[in-house]
Design a protein around this ligand. Structure first.
Ligand code: AMP
Ligand code: MG
Length: 464
């Protein structure tokens, strides 16, 4: 089967989207196709040719969605500037947006060219693949299709189209946009989103309040998962925050190596707004903007703004609870208490600046890494204390990945493809990241952090 579309978004008010046409691509070439995702979507790979995947052979008219968002704190009206939804694919009772990224300009493109480079789409494919296999809710990548044009960014590269799959691309920023269209429209839209993502809440007494609660919960779970594996999203603007707790928009993201909560890799994040350790307060800030977007619903008895504020006040406790449970799992502690020891360990992690991923593997199996930071008396003392109350192997193995996408290895693999057209290094990384918790039979270089100088200067970019 190819896609089976039933695009309900087109039943919404017409100012929420625009009908669009993908740019024409003379000779699209499928570089990567995600077989596992094809199977999950009930798609027959033989029926998914390059023309379909590059939007050259559409089953129906694609749309670009309108949305708004706070970008680095400033409110802006936006929309899909280089993304187009081919349709909503329905399989086994589940609905998925099938979206092309880099398929040309839309009415929301502004001065953007609507294009994407091959390296940034390969990068998104790899990061979303890794996140999925790390058991984190995420957009997934169905295919990367190389195009025949040259796209100019920091360097000139072949263009590409990424086929991205999500439960939906509805974001906090979509609500911010719709809020500006009036309360009737916002109510219709909110009801649509609840039906699509949280249908159980239709039975609730306080449906809109429970909806806010559910979005807050799914977002907290998502960000705690990021902190668990050392992921920095890099551009947590409200237009990049999914209503369903799916990680998406893999632009300037990266994984930390040496533990430092102030780590920032994004070239434009000069003040560290989206630093690793700032992801928690920024999530709260974003939820406040989301609550404000729901305010027009409060003109009715359906919701009172105070109720949303009460929910927001629960944020810190709920985040703490989720975060503490996660940290205890990473340390293999399955009883209550031991808060002081956990804090003491986290303090050591901050001070020692040890490699985040490898620290927990070393706790689990001492002697795994030949790194002086793990040969210190302090590490041994803490490990002994932890061993007395925790270090439960089973808990730890579920929480602590053996492999994450190491920034320097990702860059090497992308450079190799750009310079020689050889994808084998890149595919090697995908293989390692297929089972990031369990694979053991892997070259030890994949667990090696980069030289500290590399990490200190590493820079990631938006809109490539
Ligand atoms: P992002 O940083 O990816 O969330 O993008 C922010 C906004 O810029 C979104 O509206 C994007 O669709 C738009 N955008 C990013 N790159 C381009 C591009 N090359 N052409 C047109 N719009 C773009
Ligand atoms: Mg975005």
């Amino acid at each position: 089967m190819s896609f089976s579309f039933d695009t309900t978004y087109k039943d919404l008010d017409s100012n929420l989207y625009s009908r669009v046409t993908p740019k024409s691509i003379a000779d699209p070439n499928v570089l990567l196709l995600n077989d596992e995702l094809c199977a999950d979507l009930g798609l027959d790979t033989a029926k998914l040719n390059a023309k379909i995947l590059a939007g050259q052979d559409c089953l129906e008219e694609p749309i670009a969605q309108a949305y708004a968002g706070h970008q680095y704190g400033s409110f802006t009206i936006l929309g899909d500037g280089r993304a187009m939804i081919l349709g909503e694919h329905v399989h086994d009772g589940n609905r998925y947006d099938i979206q092309l990224k880099g398929a040309g300009r839309t009415p929301y493109s502004g001065r953007g060219d609507g294009n994407a480079t091959i390296s940034s789409m390969l990068r998104e494919y790899l990061y979303s693949y890794a996140m999925r296999n790390l058991n984190i809710k995420t957009s997934r990548s169905l295919a990367v299709v190389e195009t025949d044009e040259a796209v100019e960014r920091r360097r000139t590269e072949p263009g590409a189209v990424l086929v991205r799959v999500m439960n939906s691309h509805i974001r906090y920023g979509t609500f911010q946009y719709v809020a500006g269209q009036g309360s009737d429209e916002l109510r219709r839209f909110t009801d649509y989103v609840i039906d699509r993502h949280y249908p159980r809440l239709n039975e609730a007494d306080r449906t809109y309040l429970e909806f806010f609660d559910a979005v807050m919960q799914s977002s907290i779970e998502m960000v705690v998962d990021w902190l668990r594996v050392g992921f920095i999203h890099g551009v947590m603007n409200t237009d990049n925050m999914s209503i369903d707790g799916e990680t998406f928009d893999y632009g300037p993201c990266a994984f930390i190596n040496y533990y430092d909560e102030e780590t920032v890799f994004s070239s434009i994040d000069k003040h560290g707004r989206y630093a690793f350790g700032n992801q928690r307060p920024i999530l709260r800030w974003n939820l406040e903007r989301f609550a404000e977007a729901l305010q027009p619903l409060c003109t009715e008895s359906a919701l009172a703004y105070d109720e949303l504020e009460v929910k927001l006040d629960e944020f810190e406790d709920r985040f703490d609870a989720q975060y503490d449970a996660m940290t205890r799992k990473k340390l293999g502690i399955n009883s209550d208490g031991e808060e002081e020891l956990v804090d003491e360990f986290l303090e050591w992690l901050r001070k020692s600046n040890a490699d985040y991923t490898n620290t927990f593997l070393e706790l689990e199996t001492p002697g795994t890494f030949d790194d002086p930071v793990f040969a210190t008396a302090e590490f041994e003392r803490l490990r002994n204390k932890l061993a007395a109350v925790g270090l439960d192997e089973k808990l730890m193995q579920e929480a602590n990945p053996r492999y994450v996408p190491r920034n320097y290895l990702v860059e090497e693999a992308l450079d190799e493809y750009l310079e020689t057209g050889d994808l084998s290094k890149f595919k090697g990384l995908l293989t390692v990241l297929e089972n990031p918790y369990t694979s053991k039979d892997v070259d030890s270089q994949f667990q090696q952090p980069p030289p500290r100088e590399f990490d200190a200067e590493y820079t990631t970019y938006c809109n490539t």
